[in-house]
Design a protein around this ligand. Structure first.
Ligand SMILES: [Zn+2]
Ligand SMILES: [Zn+2]
Length: 96
């Protein structure tokens, strides 16, 4: 026969394990930092703050087999925005 005390201890252990696993998982998730990378593969710093266009250049093979640099055709940064960036730079209306 199972006595109520061992049942309670078992339930308590399950609860502790569940909570530990849950909070442990949450901690590792929040600790992982998202790289501020745009969909074009370039860093947030390479994008224009106002226009959102990318200033980086991509290398490609030209017609004569020579490497040539072409400006990235990204029009808007789509990656994650760091929190400190959101608060430090207020969005200004475009200059006319
Ligand atoms: Zn981009
Ligand atoms: Zn780019």
């Amino acid at each position: 026969m199972l006595d109520p005390l061992s049942l309670a201890v078992g339930a308590g252990l399950i609860a502790i394990g569940w909570a530990g696993g849950r909070f442990g998982l949450r901690r590792t998730r929040s600790a992982r930092k998202l790289p501020a990378r745009c969909g074009c593969g370039h860093d947030l710093a390479l994008h224009d703050r106002a226009a959102g266009t990318c200033h980086a250049e991509n290398s490609r093979k030209g017609i004569h087999g020579l490497r040539e640099w072409v400006p990235c055709n990204c029009r808007r940064y789509t990656g994650p925005t760091p929190l400190e960036d959101v608060f430090s730079s207020p969005i200004l209306p475009p200059e006319s």
